[in-house]
Every structure is written in C-alpha cells, then in structure tokens.
Design a protein around this ligand. Structure first.
Ligand code: SAH
Ligand code: SF4
Ligand code: F3S
Length: 458
C-alpha cells in the first residue's frame, strides 16, 4: 500500500549548482530534462528523490566543497531510507569530469557521475541506476559513469529552453583552447566549439516568446565564438548585430571574454547597438607581463589597456570588471605592484580576485611556489581593498544619475522592487510589481558597496 502511494506521488529532483554561469545554464537545462521525465523541482533536499550536484573544479576549495556536501547528503539519504524512501545521488559538472570514477571511491553512496558534455544522456543514466538497483548490484560496478566527449551533439538532444525569469542565459560557445597554465577548464570542458548562429537565434526567440527581455550569451571563451551559417562563420560581434534585430530583446550581455579574442566587430557592436550593455567582464589575471607570460595568457598589460581604451572610445559610458590571481608561482612584489597599478589605471566597476590554487593536471601544478602563505594573504588583501574602493567609488558615481533599470523581482519589503542597472548593479526602489519584466528610468539616490537605491521617474 505504501508503495502505491509513493509511486503515484510526483517524483522530485533537487539540483545544487556550484561554479560559473555555464553551470547555472546547464543546471537549468538538466531541470528541463527532469521535467520531461515527470519530475518537479524542490529546494528541499530531504524531499528529493534525486539529488544532483553540478560541480566546479576551478580551485581546490570549490572541488572540496562537493565532498563536504556529499557528507551531508549521505545523512539525508540514510534518514530517507529509514522511512522507506530511496534517493538517487548524482555528481555532474567539472569535478565529475576531472575525477571520474574516483568519486565513487571517496563517496560510496554516489550513484552516477557524468561530465558537462554528457548530460543530455541523463534519462539513460537514471534508467541504468534503477536497473542496477533492481539487479541488486553493489560494490564497484554499482555506479554509472560517463565522462565522454561524445560524438552526438548535446544540444540536439535537449528539450527546448524554458525561461525562469526576465533574464536568461544562452550558451553559445563551450570549452577552451587557450590552456592558461593554471586552469582546468580546457580539461573539464574540452575543446572549444561554437553553436551555429541559427541555433542561437532559435533558442533566443524561444526565450523571448516566454517574456525574456535580457539574454547573457555564455561561453568559457565567449568572444572566440565563430558560429557557422550557410554563408561562413560569424564572430560574436556579428551575432550581436543579428540578435539586436530580434523583436522584444532589450538587453544583450556576454561572458567570459578573453583579451586575445576581442576584435573590431565587437568594439563596433558596442558603439552601434544600444541593446548591448556597456559593461564588460574582461579578465586579465595579472598586471605584470612576466606573470602573464608565465601564465600563458598570450597578451601583455599594455595590449589589454589598448582594448580598454578602444571600448571606452566606442562607448564612453563603458565600465569593466575582471579577475585577478595573486600568488602565482614566481610572483614578486614588483609583479604584485604592477597588478595594483593596472587596477588604478583601469578603474574597475567591480572585479574578482583569487589566491592561486594549484590544480592537478595543469602545467602550473608542477611549479614550485616558495611564497609564504602570509605574503599571498597580504597581496590578496591589498588587491581586494583596492578593488572594493573602486567598486564603492563606481557605485557612488551613479548617485544623481537616471538609469534604465530592468525590473526583475519583488524586494524584501512590501512594495519594493529589485532591478538591474546596465552595469549589473542591483537597484532597490518602491515600484509597481506589475511592471516586473519592464525597463523604466530610475533616479539613483543612494549607493552602498553592493547595490543602489532610487526612485522610479519614467
Ligand atoms: N574563461 C575565463 C575564466 C575562467 S575561470 C578567462 O579566460 O578568464 C574564472 C576565473 O577563475 C579565472 O579568470 C581566474 O581568475 C580564476 N582561476 C582559474 N584557475 C585558477 C586557479 N588555479 N587558482 C586560482 N584562480 C583560478
Ligand atoms: Fe581557463 Fe584561460 Fe581558458 Fe579562461 S582562457 S577558461 S582562464 S584556460
Ligand atoms: Fe568551474 Fe567548470 Fe565553470 S571548473 S568555473 S564550473 S567551467
């Protein structure tokens, strides 16, 4: 009897996402696959019949988080089992790709491990887990593993994209051929490839039909995009011109770009297209040419500054963000000072900075690093303090201005709405909840380190 009740109840899935926006996009697509199989999403792990971690391998801390999370999940699985409920546990994403079957050894209750290029096969993985359960297979043969870079095309095998709000991601490029010496992405995501222009336009139109107003084009190296059309390949810049023609698309963003792949088309697109937001995440990693060379970034700090100036010339209200790595093997105080100087020269609107983390399998993992931890901590502190100062200064420079704000969702207080400025700042104001999904002018009246406040004026 209990069995029947349980079978007739809706199955639930919980996907927990770590890492970058590409993982967020992939999790959304996996949610859609689960929906096509009759699952509904839950935010409560204890309610989930399938728990899936979509993981990140970029730094050691990110990868280790997965195992502490699995420890917690084990307790949930045990508790559910005690009340007669089964839980299937999966590890997807970049840790899955990098560690493969090792995951089953460290976390024995994991049922399936699969990489970022195989998730369209999820229905097969689930069926196989169930088959092995029924056949009572235990021990090493129990887990389902797939870390292929398959021949068949992932995107041909996914359900149509579904919008989850007014802003959506569209993956246009995946993988990376740059092989920066510190980075796992070329190994976890594989070789660089671009989706065709027709596919990108099609997915964007599907999202626009569902009320989406803003899309963020995603790729590990998004401006290396070279999408096929029947008349040859298109660059990211050219794609943006075509997207800007689509009815209803009000904002276009793209991330993450590599300085080496910025071309004139892209700069011109910023000059010509009001839909293309004047905000660019352009990671440099270090302001020292010596470090850039050691990292295999294949550009100099001066070349980067030329790009910044070119974007600013094309679009004077352009603002920038970046990523920095401190404490890379061999980094001297002079190199560190060069990073601080570059930050002073650019004036970022915001930026991320990380302590270098050696990653297995990357060329830098074998380099000896003699820097004491305290020195790395001190350098990280200095970079973060300067970046924070610039972020506050940027936010304060917005006070008194009127900005177009995309109304995104209700705020915490009654009558409050939260929206996004062109620079991705969260903007809080009192407004009409009926206007969610629309863009209106907001006069900015206050700024904190992380957000803006204002009043709707148009
Ligand atoms: N494709 C992007 C970024 C990918 S990873 C680019 O080319 O810049 C996101 C950020 O993580 C990187 O920009 C870098 O700053 C940081 N990162 C990557 N590997 C790292 C490592 N081993 N240690 C510390 N930070 C790292
Ligand atoms: Fe990693 Fe470099 Fe590729 Fe960015 S460009 S994903 S940092 S290898
Ligand atoms: Fe992490 Fe993989 Fe993204 S390593 S940053 S989830 S591409």
């Amino acid at each position: 009897m209990t069995q029947t009740v349980q079978d007739s109840a809706k199955k639930r899935v919980m996907i927990k996402t770590f890492g970058c926006q590409m993982n967020a996009y992939d999790s959304q697509r996996m949610t859609e696959i689960f929906e096509s199989l009759g699952y509904e999403s839950t935010a409560e792990m204890g309610q989930a019949d399938v728990i899936l971690l979509n993981t990140c391998h970029i730094r050691e801390k990110a990868a280790e988080k997965v195992y502490s999370e699995l420890g917690r999940i084990k307790l949930i699985q045990d508790a559910r089992r005690a009340s007669g409920r089964d839980t299937i546990i999966g590890v997807a994403g970049c840790v899955a790709q990098a560690e493969g079957g090792e995951i089953f050894k460290r976390a024995k209750m994991v049922d399936m491990v699969f990489g970022p290029q195989t998730y369209h096969r999820l229905p097969q993985f689930l069926a196989e887990v169930k088959r092995r359960r029924e056949a009572d297979i235990t021990g090493p043969g129990r887990g389902v593993l797939d870390v292929d870079f398959p021949e068949e095309y992932k995107f041909d095998n996914l359900p149509k994209a579904q919008a989850a709000g007014v802003s959506a991601f569209v993956s246009i490029q995946e993988g990376c051929d740059k092989f920066c010496h510190f980075c796992v992405v070329p190994y976890t995501r594989g070789a660089e490839y671009s989706r065709t222009v027709a596919e990108v336009l099609d997915e964007t139109k599907t999202l626009l039909d569902q009320g989406v107003k803003e899309i963020t084009l995603l790729g590990q190296n998004v401006n290396a995009y070279h999408g096929a059309t029947k008349d040859g390949e298109w660059s990211l810049g050219r794609l943006c011109y075509a997207l800007a023609e689509l009815e209803g698309l009000e904002r276009i963003r793209y991330t993450t770009s590599h300085p080496r792949d910025v071309d004139q088309d892209l700069i011109n697109a910023h000059r010509d297209l009001p839909q293309l937001m004047p905000y660019l995440h352009l990671p440099i990693q270090s302001g020292s040419d010596r470090m850039l060379k050691a990292m295999n970034r294949r550009h100099t700090a001066a070349e980067y500054m030329v790009l910044i100036e070119a974007f600013r010339k094309a679009r004077p209200d352009m603002a920038f963000s970046s990523d920095f790595i401190v404490g890379y093997p061999g980094e001297t105080d002079e190199d560190h000072q060069a990073s601080l100087q570059l930050i002073r020269d650019v004036h970022y609107a915001q930026a991320y900075s990380f302590k270098y983390s050696p990653r297995p399998g990357t060329p830098a993992a074998n380099l000896e690093c003699k820097l004491p931890e305290e020195v790395k901590d001190q350098r990280l502190y200095e970079i973060q303090a300067l970046l924070k100062e610039q972020q506050i200064a940027f936010n304060e420079s917005c006070v008194g201005k009127t900005m177009p704000v995309l109304f995104e969702k209700p705020g915490r207080h009654q009558g409050q709405v939260v929206g996004r400025s062109p620079y991705l700042q969260a903007v809080h104001f009192f407004g009409d909840l009926e206007q969610i999904g629309q863009i209106h002018d907001v006069k900015i009246q206050g700024a904190t380190g992380n957000s803006l406040g204002g009043e709707v004026v148009g």
